[in-house]
Design a binder for this molecule. Sequence first.
Ligand SMILES: NC(=O)c1ccc[n+]([C@@H]2O[C@H](COP(=O)([O-])OP(=O)(O)OC[C@H]3O[C@@H](n4cnc5c(N)ncnc54)[C@H](OP(=O)(O)O)[C@@H]3O)[C@@H](O)[C@H]2O)c1
Length: 438
Amino acid sequence: MSPVSSAPNSTIRIALAGLGTVGMGVLTLLKQNQGVIQTRTGKTLEVVAVSARTRNKDRGMDLSGLAWEDDPVALAKRDDVDVVLEMVGGETGTALELVETAIRAGKSVVTANKALLAHDGMRLAQLAEDNGVQLLFEAAVAGGIPAVKGLREGLAGNQIELVYGILNGTCNYILTSMRETGRGFDAVLAEAQELGYAEAEPSLDVDGYDAAHKLTLLASLAFGTELDFDKLQVEGIRRISAPDIMIAEELGYRIKLLGLARRLADGSIEQFVRPVLVPQSSEIAKVEGVFNAVVANGNFVDEVMMVGRGAGAGPTASAVVGDLIDLARGTSVPTLGVPCQNLVPAKLAKSEDLYRAVYMHLSILDEPGALAKVAEILGRYEISIASLIQREGRSGLPVSLIITTHEARYANIRAARAELDALSIMAEPLHMMIIQEL
Ligand SMILES: NC(=O)c1ccc[n+]([C@@H]2O[C@H](COP(=O)([O-])OP(=O)(O)OC[C@H]3O[C@@H](n4cnc5c(N)ncnc54)[C@H](OP(=O)(O)O)[C@@H]3O)[C@@H](O)[C@H]2O)c1
């Protein structure tokens, strides 16, 4: 079956579920760029039916000419529809039912829903393959950046060794603003919420899960491995303080929430989403504000970096319509870059065997011998100190001790951390971040 098998020659008939930021962006783009799309594909992309929660909401566009379904799933069953766009969101419920129903009905699906795919993508990719339809998701990873196509198509001739990126614009905005203004996390988050850069319920973003959904997809595309969100180590940015940001700068680093997946020499894969210190001179350090970046390293191409807007109506619509144009052209690709039966389980690297340099921020009581206790523990675990900064607070308050280390076995670093945290001089739990040379 072709990707849009039931399409008449010149029109691709589209059903759009979800008329929020992304859905309305898609409608706007299709209307405004109709001419160029027609020139490029020889086809007309026509939205024929739509659905959302509230029918009579003012969405700033006249939708009266489009068929309406109260239930988005009904869109998937319409005979006058070739392709279904799932722009509803959510990892279960309506979005899942819609995608499944559309695929079973022999309709290709375009979705922007990383949460759905990170959790159910294996099953849905197989279902699409079994039904001979396409399941495309460019907008789900880094918004307007063509990272999925980049890995799945442009770099398909390479063995990919490493993929990493800044995958959440909200976190990058918060970290950039903290650095520029010297303010703390809570104040900057509140401002980001006011400006519409952060959700009222920010957990999906600031606790790293949104970036983790995206890294799950990127790692699978890069290494031909099964999607396995549950095995990813995820840490967000809530514990990063204004002093962390300033001291990292003094040391020549910048703090970024990074999603990274790397294939090691033994074939195992190291992967994480967490705040890390990257050298200020690295290109990734220069990606600021709401911008996203995806970097891939292939054995023939070397390093490729893509930077752009990771969210918003325009960039996301650009990615969705890119997928629609592929369908209109009859392009056919496996959802995750290889046929499902060729996807292999990822063999994960044992993090305790890796060697890492780290940044440690200790808040300690100002007592004689405190520093010696810290140094003794680090020395015993063969962790050598690269730099040490002590910042006095007001009299009687804990002192900030910032240590960066040379590379040491991560198992030793963890054990040392546990011992440090158990010291009676510790005023609060140690805050540790990896230093990632890139
Ligand atoms: N926003 C971005 O920049 C961005 C970027 C990349 C990917 N994405 C992904 O794109 C998807 C949509 O995001 P969005 O920002 O456009 O969301 P949104 O603005 O909240 O819009 C969601 C739309 O879905 C409709 N909807 C929600 N639940 C529904 C239900 N049960 N039945 C029918 N309609 C329902 C809503 O209807 P009402 O309008 O009537 O409430 C709304 O039109 C998500 O998967 C998101 O992760 C978004």
